[in-house]
Every structure is written in C-alpha cells, then in structure tokens.
Ligand binder design. Structure first.
Ligand code: ZN
Length: 287
C-alpha cells in the first residue's frame, strides 16, 4: 500500500492489489471562500449524523483491498492528524470500492442514489464477490463486510465536509451507478472507474457505451478545476495526462460502438487482461 498526500487535506492510498485507490479527504472550517458559480444543484446532506459543526471532518472515499491495508487506515488517519471519519463514501457499488466498513465498522456509508438502489437490488453480491476473491487468494478477514443500509446521496449535488463542500457528479457506463467527487478547494477529482492509465474502459452489466461517453464529457468539464485526478485503479494523474487518457478512451469507445471486436485498444493498454475486458465489452454491445 502506498499513501501520498495530494494536498494538506487529501491523501491518496493505493492498494497493492488491483491498484485500487482510496482517497481520504478532510474539510476544515475556515479554509477560504467557496466557488459560487458551479452549475449544479445545492443540497444539504449530512452523512454521519450531521448537526454540530466541527473543527474538521474526514470522509474516506472507496477502499484498499487487502485486510492489513484496511487495518492500517485508522492509524494512517491518526498519523496525518485527520479526525476519525464521520462518513465513508463509495464511487460506485462494485465490491472492490465498498470495503470501507471493514476498516471503520459502524461509520455510515454514503453512495449515489443509483448505487443505493443497486445495492438494495443485489443484496449480498458485494459480499459474495469479496468472498470468492478472498478464497482465490487465501485471504482471511476479521469480520464480514456489513454494508447495512447506505445513505443515498442526490447526484448531482454537494456534500458538506467540515466547512467545505464536496461536489458530487453523476457517472455511468462502466456500471449503471456512480459518482465522481470533486474537492474544489484541494483541486482533487476522484473519478471511480473512469480515466485509468492501466485499464481500458470496462462495460460491466448495467453499463453501456453511450452512458460511458456522456460520463467522459462530464469529466472533461471538470478537469480544468483539478490538479490531481484519482481514478478507481492506477496512478494518480495530472490534468494533462487525464486529458490524454480521456481522448484515448473516447476513441476506443467510438471504435467499439462502430466496429465491435475490431476496435483498436488504447495504446499501452493491450495486455492479455485488457484484451479479455475488450472481449467482454464486445459481448455487452446491443444486438
Ligand atoms: Zn473497480
């Protein structure tokens, strides 16, 4: 596991498995003026009880995968001087992004409305997939994954954190559900499974090429406000690299839609595993 501070209020933790990124965000009460011109609706959604304003508040977005990585998260927050998290967030409902409750049992989990619907419609799926992953790798966990009833967050929207706000932006196309999160004061954009330097666009059940293309256009509009882009898997990107990957992914998806199996994979992303994902993408195409 690697941990890297992207900003005094943001730490990116990269799991040794699947290069899954977990992002720890702190909002302070008095960190300057807010941008007022963002074209999204304003909603107040307290995750984790809400109520009293605190000096600082921490959210943990997504999760590393290995048991010892999850166990180390609380002390990592402590060492960084971040308060214990008042909320866990997940970019989407895939099992490898919702393991936060293993590290912080009892801390409320907030997800996009569509992710909450998906978790409710597929009860036990995340646990089953985690179990088969663990069995394959002989991993043991101290406790089972308890997702409870996650809090459904309106997306697009904003989420108060300390005296700051996280912007929540809709994503889809990889799966049916998801949200990207922008911490505007820190210039950090957390995208979920979009804009990965190590993985081609993956169309999973519920996803689709058109929705994926629309998501990339929404993300493109956010890149100008981000210094660091943290994808669900793979290295943290600067704005320029993220823009390159975005164009490569657009090219690939347009080709996938038009040519199916004959579509060329993005350069640098055509390992055997990527070709397997491509084959699954082809099978997901309608008709
Ligand atoms: Zn993922």
């Amino acid at each position: 596991m690697r941990a890297r501070a992207l900003h005094p209020d943001v730490i990116a933790v990269t799991s040794s498995l699947l290069q899954v990124n977990c992002v720890i965000v702190r909002g302070m009460t008095d960190s300057g003026p807010q941008a007022e011109d963002a074209p999204i609706q304003v909603v107040e959604v307290p995750v984790g009880g809400g109520g009293e304003a605190e000096a600082a508040e921490t959210f943990v977005i997504d999760s590393p995968v290995l048991p010892e990585e999850l166990e180390m998260l609380p002390s990592l927050l402590g060492q960084a001087g971040f308060p214990a998290p008042s909320g866990l967030l997940a970019t989407h409902a895939d099992w490898d992004h919702v393991l936060g409750p293993l590290a912080f049992p009892g801390t409320p989990l907030g997800v996009a409305e569509r992710s909450a619907e998906r978790l409710a419609a597929e009860p036990g799926d995340a646990q089953r997939e985690l179990r088969s992953f663990d069995e394959e790798l002989y991993l043991e966990r101290e406790r089972p994954l308890a997702l409870g009833a996650p809090q459904a967050l309106p997306v697009p929207g904003r989420l108060g954190i300390g005296g700051q706000e996280l912007e929540l932006h809709e994503t889809g196309g990889h799966t049916a559900d998801g949200m990207a999160m922008l911490a505007p004061w820190a210039g950090v954009l957390v995208t979920g499974d979009y804009l990965s330097a190590i993985e081609i666009p993956m169309i999973s059940p519920g996803g689709g090429v058109d929705a994926y293309l629309a998501t990339l256009e929404r993300l493109r509009a956010l890149l100008g406000r981000a210094e660091h882009i943290v994808p669900g898997h793979g290295p943290v990107l600067d704005r320029g690299r993220a823009a390159e990957i975005l164009e490569e992914d657009l090219d690939y998806l347009h080709a996938l839609g038009a040519q199916g199996a004959a579509a060329e994979l993005p350069k640098g992303r055509h390992s055997r595993e990527m070709r397997r994902i491509h084959e699954r993408n082809v099978r997901s195409l309608p008709g």
